[in-house]
Design a protein around this ligand. Sequence first.
Ligand SMILES: Nc1ncnc2c1ncn2[C@@H]1O[C@H](COP(=O)(O)OP(=O)(O)O)[C@@H](O)[C@H]1O
Ligand SMILES: [Mg+2]
Length: 227
Amino acid sequence: MTQDALIRFENVTRVYTMGQRKLFALREVSLDVRAGEFVAIVGPSGSGKSTLLNLISGIDKPDTGRVWVDAREVSAMGENALAKWRGEKIGIVFQFFQLLPTLTALENVMLPMELRDTFSNHRRERAQTALEQVGLAERATQLPSELSGGEQQRVALARALANDPPILLADEPTGNLDTATGARVVELLGELNRAGKTIVLVTHEETLARAASRIVHVRDGRIEEPE
Ligand SMILES: Nc1ncnc2c1ncn2[C@@H]1O[C@H](COP(=O)(O)OP(=O)(O)O)[C@@H](O)[C@H]1O
Ligand SMILES: [Mg+2]
């Protein structure tokens, strides 16, 4: 494996036991993502994509194997350390934007900063900057219900950028958007990647994955070797 992996899976297996049956969400997956890469994880529903992302963020733990992120073994960290670490290193966007409906766009973006005290002086400015990065500077005072789906996803993206994490994880971020709007969101991920973010995008849409610098195919919990 390469020396400079930012994210590393070493022989990772995640298995769910249901009565007598074992369901392998991931089987002996090894994978390296280098700093600055934009990797698309592509595979059919149920192939283990979300499991893979959740292991990077430490939301989930492997049954065997190890997950390393930025030289720390995420799979071995306790919950408190993990929560703090995640707030610094990882931004996450999901298929459903998960914005708080009673907060404005700007306030939604400020939320993760409030969980982390460091930037208390400049929260509002930093949130405004994050909204600018996703092209929504003018929408700061609007509620989610006053925004289109694409705009809501961009607010969610700005929220993921709030603490300026080096790594962005996106789990089917276009799953709830029309094709053109989805393509725009992925284009934005490309821009953020060029600005220095390491990105792992999960999608089942091969066309969207082309924006990435590398495509990793998963099927039945395994990574398919490139032909
Ligand atoms: N909490 C769970 N309990 C049991 N099985 C699960 C659980 N989470 C995921 N799985 C199973 O693991 C497999 C991979 O799931 P997932 O990573 O969500 O796939 P994808 O994101 O590619 O659709 C699926 O077969 C799914 O049903
Ligand atoms: Mg999924």
